[in-house]
Design a protein around this ligand. Sequence first.
Ligand SMILES: *[C@@H]1O[C@H](CO)[C@@H](O)[C@H](O)[C@H]1NC(C)=O
Ligand SMILES: *[C@@H]1O[C@H](CO)[C@@H](O)[C@H](O)[C@H]1NC(C)=O
Length: 467
Amino acid sequence: MLIQSALVALCATAVAALKPLKIDGRRFVDDDGNALQIVGMAYQPGGSAGYNPKSGEDPLSHKEQCLRDAALMQVLGVNAIRVYNLDPDINHDECASIFNAAGMYMMIDVNSPLPGEAITSFEPWTSYFAEYLNRTFAIVEAFSNYPNTLLFFSGNEIINDLPSAEFVPPYMRAITRDLKNYIKNNIDRQIPVGYSAADVRDVLWDTYNYVACALDGEEDDMSRADFFALNSYSWCGDKATFESSTFVDLVEGLKDTPIPVFFSEYGCNETPDRYWHETQSIYGEDMYNVFSGGVVYEWTQEKNDYGLVEVGKEETQILDDYNRLKEQLGKIEWEDVQSLKTNGDHDFVECAPKLIKAKGFMNNFTLPDLPPGASKLINNGIKPKPSGKIVDIDSWDVSLAVVDSKGNAIKDLAVVPLEEVNWNGKNDIETGSADSSQSGDDDEDGAIMSMPVIWAAILPAVAMLFA
Ligand SMILES: *[C@@H]1O[C@H](CO)[C@@H](O)[C@H](O)[C@H]1NC(C)=O
Ligand SMILES: *[C@@H]1O[C@H](CO)[C@@H](O)[C@H](O)[C@H]1NC(C)=O
């Protein structure tokens, strides 16, 4: 009996999982009411142009890469990844299990850059078909079994300016409706669905009002976005502040939100070095009562120069932006930030044309009907259904080579399996530091150097005890 229960306990540890989260007011919370502030990372190794499902690979198909990246993100303090371009028919079990064990949730885009796999910004009716919806439902099926799947993005930056706002908005609500109905009918957990907007201020507030309002004032209106996320690049350079970046206006504009809002991308790279001072506002009193954190853009260095690590043929190198971000996240009191409450109820706003201010922005809330063949998919589920599960990982060690920003090999890199949300400090493998904190490094070296000295001093005494 004893042995058996010990074994059960061991197995439970091996498949320990993050707690699935749901939305309560403007927070993502677990069953105990603990809210998550998202410390996110945009994860698209190879860039969006690198998405090629015919190769049988996507960003969550390489166990070794996921181990490497999860370990390095753990050191940074990341607790969620955003993944854009996925193939529902590729097996993601190992990577999903690795990120789960690393204490990281997954935010999944249901679209892809391939033709027929996203709603177009112009003439959206030419892309709204049952085959397209089938793809989005397949992504839902492929990820819904993982406890760490946090949410689905129904669209990313589809409304970017007034011309694209003329016809797209009802389609955005329609896709949200279709995904939420699919989940309600076919999935055990009502995983949240929402929109990731471009932070273009000409259309931002109308976009928020259009997707977040409730038709007929009904909170359970299926076409209402469960959350609103925005890609913001207005905090640039070392000197920017909460005010000069205009992040202050985002908080003011969204302060009555009844649903979670967060940055689905941030990290302006107008200056070559990024200092990440915005993290102190995002995870501080400036913003955390309204925002639920944000997603840094992005993990790997690609042509557009936003990366934190550079993946080479032989090895992966940590870049200084990584070290500077680590330094900033290290200053935050995570005990406080990760114990915020839902902070009250805020009323849903009823959809009405008067919510929409910009001339030329669609203000009609009549949604397109389901395309032919789609209601069968929503009622009965797609066939065949891809399906994922958490699996055991035999080793948490990273086998791929990683070097720090000065080219020194990082040894003993491994994922530290957690049974809770990751934050800065839970995996404290030394990954080097940014040049700005060199003096701190010297002190640490000093402490390590003194260990042999201590041993030299006490060894003779220990030897005498046994003499
Ligand atoms: C629906 O998606 C599944 C899973 O990707 C795929 O096997 C199937 O062929 C799709 N069906 C249609 C009609 O597109
Ligand atoms: C809103 O759009 C629907 C469908 O296109 C149309 O039938 C209706 O007349 C429109 N309403 C207004 C006020 O324009």
